[in-house]
Design a protein around this ligand. Structure first.
Ligand code: CDP
Length: 198
């Protein structure tokens, strides 16, 4: 079956957790597209060349989850040629046999505008900063400032800015536990599969 679940949202909203759970539940493949931008941002030299020559080894680096790598990612992600170099890989992944979940910023709007399911997973900046701080530690005020900075850069860039697709279902996770968010997401996907098979 070819079936794409597009999950977008701001930094540390819980996209990865929801995406992994949905992929595991339905046996779909999962692509964390943020990792592509993190890997490009972490490479030395011209980011466009880095995006064009990205390989498995680049994605396996152990230092891609840091706050610095997140900031570097959002800077290179504003470059249209970097984004263009990563489009085909993401679209091919989305339409692979067996179903796919992709999470990022522009999956429902630009990469897969025809995705069968689009979710926009979000939470207040304070809640997201707290989650990131619990994950990475450091100075809490600085983590919040970086969340605001990255949100602003991701939402205000010209090319593929972060925004929900018109037909996306928004899941605000500020006051929901992981299990509740995951159950909602799974129910939405299951309903869409049932409709398609009807
Ligand atoms: O994990 P977190 O939500 O903090 O970030 P990420 O998903 O790993 O993405 C890192 C950065 O890559 C984002 O701040 C975006 O600038 C960029 N990105 C993007 O532009 N488009 C995507 N589809 C995914 C990530």
């Amino acid at each position: 079956m070819i079936f794409t679940v597009a999950i977008d949202g701001p930094a540390a909203a819980g996209k990865g957790t929801v995406s992994r759970a949905v992929a595991a539940h339905f046996g779909f493949a999962y692509l964390d597209t943020g990792l592509l931008y993190r890997a490009v941002g972490a490479k030395n030299g011209d980011p466009v060349q880095a995006a064009r020559s990205l390989n498995g080894e680049d994605l396996a680096r152990g230092d891609l989850r840091t706050l610095e790598a997140g900031q570097a990612a959002s800077r290179v992600a504003a470059l249209p040629d970097v984004r263009a170099a990563l489009v085909d890989f993401q679209r091919d992944f989305a339409r692979r046999a067996g179903g796919a979940v992709l999470d990022g910023r522009d999956i429902g709007t630009v990469i897969c505008p025809n995705a069968e399911v689009k979710l926009f997973v979000t939470a207040s900046a304070e809640v997201r900063a707290r989650r990131r701080w619990l994950e990475l530690g450091g100075d809490a005020a600085q983590v919040l400032a970086e969340v605001h900075e990255r949100d602003a850069r991701d939402m205000n860039r010209e090319d593929a800015p972060l925004r929900p697709a018109d037909d996306a279902v928004t899941l605000d996770t500020s006051d929901l536990g992981v299990d509740e968010v995951v159950s909602k997401a799974i129910a939405i996907v299951a309903a869409r599969i049932a409709k398609r098979d009807a």
